[in-house]
Design a protein around this ligand. Structure first.
Ligand code: EPU
Length: 335
C-alpha cells in the first residue's frame, strides 16, 4: 500500500534533525507499489529516504522521497548449519539483530544498535566492531526503475568494500532496494578482536550471543550520541585508506597513531583520531559541533540547518588536511 505526503516537514525523518521540507514523500511496501508509482512516469528527481540516519539535507528537497515500510522477516532454507533469512527493506536493522540473537543465530551481533533500516545496510555496507553487513548479506532484491522489473543481485555483484557498494555508484538512481537475504550461523562464531569488545564480553561472563550484543550496545552507548537526544548521523566522515608509505610517514611523526590493515597493502587510518589530534573534539560553532566523546560524529545541538553542518564539516576537513596532509571524505549522504 502507498501513503503519500506533500510539502512534508522532514525533521522527524532525519536523525540530524534538520528542518527541511520535501515536495512529496511516498511510503511504499511492495515492488508492485513501486511499479504503480513509476507507471505515472519516472519523476525528474527522486531518492530513497529510509531511516534518515545517514543523510544530511542541506536544502528543501523538490523531488520525490521514497520510504520503504514493509517489515517482514522470513526464515528461508535451513541446512542445519546456517539459516537463510529474507528481510524486508523497512525492518529496523537493530530489530533484525535482536530477532537473530533471540533465536541463537550468529553473524550480525557485532552490528547491534546501528541505527537505520535493513534496506540501507547494503548501500554503505554498514560495519562496526570487526564485522560488516557484507559478511552476512547473500543477495539484495531490487526494483529496477528503468524496466520496472525485479533485479536480484548476488553479493558478489554488489561491489562491497569498506563503506562502499554498487548502490552508491553504478546502480545509484537506477534501483530501489526492496529486501535483503542474509545467512546466519547456528554454530557460535564470536568476533571479539576489535578494541574493548573482548574485555566487555568477559566482564559479562563470556562469549554468548546475548553477552556480545549487550557489550556492543554498552560500548556504543558510551561513545555515540543517541539521535533521539542529540541530532547526528553517526560517523560523519569515513576512515581514510592511504598508501603504506603515507601511513608510515605519519607513524614516524605520531607513533601512537591507530592504523589498521586494508586491502592491497594499504592502511586504514582513524579519522576520529586525526580530528581529535587537531584539538577539535568537542569543538562547537553555534548549533553544530564535534561530539565530545567521538570526534568522527558531528552533532546538531538544536536548530542547526544542513547548510551550517556542511560548512562546519568543510572546516574540519580543511584542518585535517593542513595538519596531516590527509583528505577525509564524508560518509554521510549529502543532499
Ligand atoms: N579515536 C580517538 N579520538 C576520537 C575517536 C577515535 O582517538 O575522538 C581513536 C580511538 O581511540 C581508536 C580509533 O581512533 O584508537 C578508532 O576509534 P573507534 O574504535 O571509536 O572507531 P572509528 O574508526 O572512529 C568506526 C566506524 C564506526 C564504528 C566503529 C567501531 C567508520 C567511519 N566508523 O569508527 O561506525 O562504530 O568503527 O567499529 O568506519 C558509523 O559508521 O556511523 C559508525 C559509528
Amino acid at each position: 500500500m502507498i501513503r503519500e505526503f506533500h510539502h512534508i516537514d522532514l525533521r522527524g525523518r532525519n536523525s540530524f534533525g534538520v528542518a527541511q521540507q520535501a515536495a512529496r514523500l511516498v511510503e511504499f511496501e511492495t515492488p508492485d507499489d513501486l511499479r504503480t508509482l513509476f507507471a505515472e512516469g519516472v519523476p525528474a528527481r527522486w531518492t530513497v529516504l529510509s531511516g534518515g540516519n545517514n543523510i544530511l539535507f542541506t536544502k528543501d528537497y523538490d523531488g520525490v522521497l521514497l520510504t520503504p515500510v514493509a517489515r517482514e522477516i522470513t526464515p528461508l532454507d535451513d541446512d542445519g548449519r546456517t539459516l537463510r533469512v529474507r528481510v524486508d527493506a523497512g525492518v529496523e536493522w537493530d530489530d533484525l539483530v535482536e530477532w537473530a540473537v533471540e533465536r541463537g543465530l550468529w553473524g550480525i551481533e557485532n552490528l547491534s544498535l546501528i541505527p537505520g533500516k535493513a534496506g540501507a545496510a547494503p548501500v554503505q555496507n554498514i560495519g562496526a566492531y570487526g564485522c560488516e553487513a557484507k559478511d552476512a548479506i547473500r543477495r539484495v532484491e531490487t526494483f529496477c526503475v528503468e524496466s520496472g522489473a525485479l533485479l536480484t543481485l548476488d553479493a558478489a555483484h554488489c561491489g562491497f568494500a569498506y563503506r562502499e557498494s554498487v548502490f552508491k555508484h553504478t546502480l545509484k538512481g537506477r534501483v530501489i532496494i526492496t529486501a535483503i537475504e542474509i545467512e546466519l550461523s547456528h554454530a557460535p562464531c564470536p568476533k571479539l578482536g576489535y578494541g574493548d569488545v573482548e574485555r566487555e564480553v568477559e566482564a559479562r561472563g563470556g562469549a554468548t550471543l546475548r553477552n556480545i550484543r549487550e557489550a556492543i550496545c554498552a560500548i556504543r552507548r558510551s561513545k555515540l550520541p543517541d539521535p533521539a537526544v542529540l541530532g547526528n548521523a553517526g560517523s560523519f566522515f569515513k576512515n581514510p585508506v592511504v598508501e603504506a608509505s603515507v601511513a608510515d610517514a605519519l607513524t614516524a611523526r605520531c607513533p601512537d597513531m591507530p592504523r589498521y590493515p586494508a586491502p592491497e597493502g594499504r592502511v586504514k587510518l582513524a579519522a576520529g583520531w586525526l580530528i581529535d589530534r587537531c584539538g577539535l573534539k568537542g569543538h562547537r560553532e553555534g548549533a553544530v559541533g564535534v561530539h565530545e566523546r567521538q570526534a568522527l560524529v558531528l552533532v546538531n545541538y538544536g536548530g542547526a540547518t544542513g547548510g551550517e553542518v556542511i560548512a562546519f564539516a568543510r572546516k574540519i576537513q580543511e584542518r585535517v588536511r593542513e595538519t596531516f596532509g590527509i583528505d577525509i571524505d564524508t560518509e554521510v549522504n549529502i543532499l
